[in-house]
Design a protein around this ligand. Structure first.
Ligand code: PLP
Length: 481
């Protein structure tokens, strides 16, 4: 493809995207295909000869689109939002065209410097303490963009593991092999924490205690203190606590104000805060109280690619002390060094991959095009609609809302056995009219309804509630027979 063909095809692609985005409700939200559907439609071997662009795009329409779950669809209420907006798409387009790989400042200075600036913008907008803001006076911390929240949790746990091993080594200098300390390390999170915490512990060969939260899904100090006490009595070393602000199953919040001091009373326990979804909402002044206790945290992550209109991938991690993060990760071959290494940031030391996309560009575009006020309006609209949906559910005595609806997620169920709720969700999803997913809250199977579409309106919520009620009535009537 030469530049002239790209110019033509690029404009066609923008038209294709515009018609896709504006006609989304013409598609089934969830595809009606069986595993292996695409294998039957595409050749087994890669084409030997170049193909016509029109033929490729025809296959997109006929073969790929029928297998797409449309995450931007107004009837998509599963998971959490998958951030998307035109300024963000344009940011990614430009990043792809520039095609720089910003592993060090020298590898593309603007790529590194814009990342530092937007991470400071966003960190300040969220209300993180100055210690997390690179440019703040006296700060030793800063922010970095990772691929996913799972990666943020993993590198935070890795830094914590390194810090704990250094501490134990300082107390036991006779131990030569540092891996001897690994079996002593134990981390903590609640059952409400995302499974990525358990996965990180698996990767890093450390123990993890998954603790029972209270009835509101919140982990408080008593449970944590008890667990730590038991472990310490058995010679273990509490090195890491991962708290959750806005859990995946029910958008519950751990009690940071209680957990923080517990971590600080230990000799060397890293406190991480995973706010992958909810953290974005803290740009609204009235939601900042959910962040109380953040002054105790060593690291914090949120995903603008979930709830801030930035396309995947874009997961932001801030640390209180960048050296504690980078000292777990620095490897410095000559071919990656440069003359400005001392004064400039090299983000290759802040994460696992060497190569990094120019992801700050899309955050920069989004923040500038919407302004913080536009982003706040977007968040507030989702919260308002979720509360409206919960109020509709509460008008029907056959149903109950089972979470405290603070943000854009409502967990609800028919007051009936789990199997009935399972069938209800399965039939709604199979109808292609809505897409939702289940979870467990306080041992009960629940259905999650999340407001996800950028321009969601009251009618979308009313439509969803109508579909749910109709399916419920049919199911209950059949069960009665
Ligand atoms: N943490 C929370 C609270 C989440 O809700 C999720 C995903 O939904 C994750 C972590 C994992 O996110 P990622 O897909 O970015 O790894």
């Amino acid at each position: 493809m030469d530049v002239e063909e790209f110019r033509t095809r690029g404009k066609e692609m923008v038209d294709y995207i515009c018609q896709y985005m504006t006609n989304l409700d013409g598609y089934r939200v969830h595809p009606n295909v069986e595993p292996g559907y695409l294998k039957k439609l595409l050749p087994e071997e890669a084409p030997q000869q170049p193909e016509e662009w029109n033929n490729i795009m025809e296959d997109v329409e006929k073969k790929i689109m029928p297998g797409i779950t449309h995450w931007q669809h107004p009837r998509f209420h599963a998971y959490f939002p998958s951030g998307n907006s035109y300024p963000s798409i344009l940011g990614d387009m430009l990043s792809d065209a520039i095609g720089c790989i910003g592993f060090s400042w020298a590898a593309s200075p603007a790529c590194t410097e814009l990342e530092t600036i937007v991470m400071d913008w966003l960190g300040k907008a969220i209300g993180l303490p100055n210690d997390f803001i690179t440019s703040a006076k006296g700060s030793r911390g800063g922010g970095v963009i990772q691929t996913s929240a799972s990666e943020c949790v993993l590198v935070s746990m890795l830094a914590a593991r390194n810090q704990a091993i250094q501490y134990l080594k300082s107390k036991n200098p006779q131990v030569e092999d540092e891996s001897a300390f690994l079996p002593k390390l134990v981390g903590y999170c609640s059952q409400e924490a995302h499974s990525c915490v358990e996965k990180a512990a698996k990767i890093l060969l450390v123990k993890i205690r998954i603790l029972e939260p209270d009835d509101d899904g919140s982990l408080g100090k008593e449970t944590l203190i008890d667990a730590m006490k038991k472990d310490k009595a058995n010679g273990l070393f509490p090195f890491f606590v991962s708290t959750i602000l806005g859990s995946t199953s029910s958008c519950s919040f751990d009690n940071l104000q209680e957990i923080g001091p517990v971590c600080k009373s230990e000799p060397c326990t890293w406190l991480h805060v995973d706010a992958a979804y909810a953290g974005n909402a803290f740009i609204c002044p009235e939601l900042k109280p959910y962040l109380m206790g953040i002054e105790y945290a060593d690291s914090f992550n949120t995903n603008p690619n979930k709830w801030l209109l930035v396309n995947f991938d874009c997961s932001c991690l801030w640390v209180r002390c960048r050296v504690r993060l980078t000292s777990a990760l620095i490897v410095d071959p000559l071919y990656l060094q440069h003359a400005n290494s001392d004064e400039a940031i090299d983000y290759r030391h802040w994460g696992i991959p060497l190569s990094r996309r120019f992801r700050s560009l899309k955050i920069w575009f989004v923040i500038r095009k919407y302004g913080l006020s536009g982003l706040q309006d977007y968040i507030r609209n989702h919260i308002k609609l979720a509360k409206y949906f919960a109020s509709l559910v509460e008008t029907d005595s056959r149903f109950e809302v089972v979470n405290n609806v603070r943000l854009g997620l409502v967990c609800f169920r028919l007051i009936a056995p789990d199997t009935v709720n399972q069938t209800l969700l399965a039939t709604i999803n199979a109808s292609g009219q809505l897409h939702m997913i289940p979870s467990m809250v306080r041992g009960k199977y629940i259905i999650r309804f999340c407001v996800t579409a950028e321009n969601a309106v009251q009618e979308d919520v009313e439509h969803a509630w109508r579909v749910i009620k109709e399916h419920a009535s049919e199911l209950l009537a059949t069960n009665k027979k």
